[in-house]
Write a protein that binds this ligand. Structure first.
Ligand code: PGA
Length: 253
């Protein structure tokens, strides 16, 4: 079975102490994961080591970065490289979140560079795609997300792309309380998988987890994750509340 993943995206929230407390509460719930299930915590950079060492005793719980830079190293004050993440044994990095695309003007081409650097450094990208409201209203969301995949990922050979995690996050659903319906999520996830299959074949496409993001909550996770092409979620707001995120982990197939 394809990996099923509950990924927390803390964004720029919580102090270090609050983060430690939240992780302790989540872990004390003692949710045991199967070999095909994972819980990933994308935390602010200063909390990466703490998070890694807190979760590493647990099977299939991991720490993730929220971003890295599109250069190998050098005079880029304030930035964090994929090599640095690897050097502290961080295995995952969120790339291309819509907030990064919008506020930090990250283009598909720049994200292709970040993807390459992560892979060169043994860091698995959690690659985000998703359309803004105007595109959804115009009905051109499929073309929009397919272009995001093509321009940032389709230079990769099959054996690399099949190691990635993709997160589909419609921008109109992020932090708005407005979730895509289960049907909308399944439809576009299925479409994304077909775009991957056209390029790389069904076998490869079937291996790639596609997470849904955008107002995933404790009370809708189970229904969303039940869809055949929805392989878990990337969760913002609800990942900051221990009881809620525990329910979301439990909702994994
Ligand atoms: P949200 O955020 O769950 O608060 O909508 C999701 C995300 O941006 O990853």
């Amino acid at each position: 079975m394809r990996k099923q993943i509950a990924a927390a995206n803390w964004k720029m929230n919580l102090t270090y102490q609050q983060g430690e407390e939240l992780l302790d509460e989540i872990l004390s719930a003692g949710v045991k994961l199967n070999e095909h299930q994972q819980a990933i915590f994308a935390v602010p950079s200063p909390y990466l080591l703490m998070t890694r060492s807190t979760v590493e005793e647990e099977l299939n719980y991991f720490a993730s970065a929220q971003n890295c830079y599109n250069k190998k190293s050098g005079a880029y004050t304030g930035e964090v490289s994929a090599e640095m993440l690897n050097s502290i044994n961080i295995k995952y990095c969120v790339l291309g979140h819509s907030e990064r695309r919008e506020y930090f003007i990250e283009s598909n081409a720049m994200l292709a560079e970040k993807v390459n650097l992560c892979l060169e450094n043994f860091v698995t990208p959690i690659f985000c795609c998703g359309e803004p409201l105007a595109i959804r209203e115009a009905g051109t969301q499929n073309e929009f997300v397919a272009t995001q995949l093509k321009e940032s990922l389709f230079h990769l050979p099959a054996e690399k792309i099949k190691t990635l995690i993709i997160a589909y996050e419609p921008i109109w659903a992020i932090g708005t309380g407005k979730t895509a319906t289960t049907e909308q999520a399944q439809e576009i996830h299925k479409y994304l998988r077909s775009v991957l299959a056209d390029q790389y074949g069904e076998e490869v496409a079937n291996e790639i987890p596609i997470l849904y993001g955008g107002s995933v909550k404790a009370n809708n996770a189970k229904e969303l994750f039940a869809s055949p092409d929805v392989d878990g979620g990337l969760v913002g707001g609800a990942s900051l509340v221990a009881a809620d995120f525990v329910e979301i982990i439990k909702a994994l197939k």
